[in-house]
Design a protein around this ligand. Structure first.
Ligand code: 3Y8
Ligand code: NAP
Length: 249
């Protein structure tokens, strides 16, 4: 009988948790504990770091985990690297549930950059009204370009004001809608959107909005992840577990 550890924090992880619960499979969804009120889940949840690779390996052994599913965000590179190492150390099979990167379509005005630092460097020049749809963890890096007015969107209210002299802060969690993001960008007079190539449906509203408004997008490419088996649909994880989704699930 499988006993699954699901590294979560994404729309796909939550969809898989619903499938696993519907199948009556034993699974635990793991959060890093980054947000104050994470989405409740239909399976038991644990929260907080494991304490590096060794901590994760010990967790796998101590909880007799039979399958490790990494459904973390494509930018959660350290967690994904630890999952590969801990799976190899313990022999627990690992599968990643990820989502394809976004690709520009007709009408998109993308400039791709390699990482956050390259995005900061690309913002040199006269003041603009920039939507930083990057969350909270990397905002301070943009203090190097203080001339812009920044529209920030965080999941939780920060315990101290962001170190950007001119900014507006929205506290909201996704998934977002195209119409909502169009209205947000118009209200704030946004003329450039900065975002990560997260992929998936839970974060692409801002791309739909930028396209509709003809706005340029500074797109941050994904970090390189170690080789591992990957699927992009929660049902494919069930197949890997030797289960198929009951009809109608
Ligand atoms: C804690 C769990 C679900 C999952 C929902 C997805 C969609 C909504 C869109 C924008 C972009 C951003 C950010 C974003 C999205 C989903 C998904 C996704 C982007 C929650 C969640 C956790 C986090 C952590 C948080 C980060 C931040 C990133 C905000 C829950 C809501 C910008 C990523 O304040 C902080 O420290 C927040 C940090 C990591 C990135 C950053 O650098 O700040 N996600 N987001 C998870 C944990 O503790 O393990 O609270 O319910 C999950 C979701 N966020 O089940 O409904 O699937 O991607 N999350 C990005 O894509 O660039 C917002 O504003 O347009
Ligand atoms: P990260 O930088 O790759 O990981 C940093 C450390 O956080 C890990 O080494 C681990 O600590 C802990 N950690 C990360 N994810 C965890 C999880 N699901 N369960 C338990 N511990 C976890 O991770 P991150 O980018 O901060 O992402 C944190 C969480 O937010 C993940 O659940 C991710 O899916 C979600 N998220 C991130 C982004 C993003 O843009 N980065 C976007 C949406 C959602 P130890 O070393 O102590 O084990």
């Amino acid at each position: 009988m499988p006993n699954i550890l699901l590294l979560g924090g994404t729309t796909e992880a939550s969809a898989l948790a619903r499938l696993l619960a519907a199948q009556g499979l034993s699974a635990t969804l793991s959060y890093a504990g980054r947000t104050a009120h994470p989405r409740p889940q239909p399976v038991p949840v644990r929260s907080g770091g494991f304490g590096g690779v060794a901590g994760l390996a010990n967790y796998l052994r101590d909880h007799r985990i039979t399958h490790l599913v990494d459904a973390t965000h494509p930018f959660a590179a350290q967690m994904s690297a630890h999952a590969v190492d801990a799976a190899r150390l313990t022999g627990v099979p690992l599968l990643a549930l990820t989502r394809p990167g976004w690709k520009p379509v007709a009408g998109d005005r993308w400039t791709r950059v390699a990482d956050i630092d390259a995005a900061v460097a690309a913002l040199s020049g006269p003041a603009r009204r920039v939507m930083l749809a990057l969350g909270r963890m990397h905002v301070d890096a943009f203090a190097a370009q203080p001339q812009h007015h920044y529209l920030l969107r965080f999941v939780d209210a920060p315990d101290r004001p962001p170190a950007l002299p001119r900014h507006s802060l929205i506290v909201d969690r996704g998934p977002f809608t195209g119409a909502g993001d169009i209205a947000l960008m118009q209200t704030h007079g946004v003329d450039l959107v900065v975002c990560k190539n997260a992929g998936g449906a839970g974060a692409n509203a801002k791309l739909t909005a930028a396209r509709a408004l003809g706005l340029p997008v500074l797109m941050i490419d994904r970090p390189v992840l170690p080789d591992r088996m990957e699927v992009t649909r929660p049902e494919d994880v069930l197949a890997w577990l030797g289960h198929t989704a009951d009809r109608g699930v």
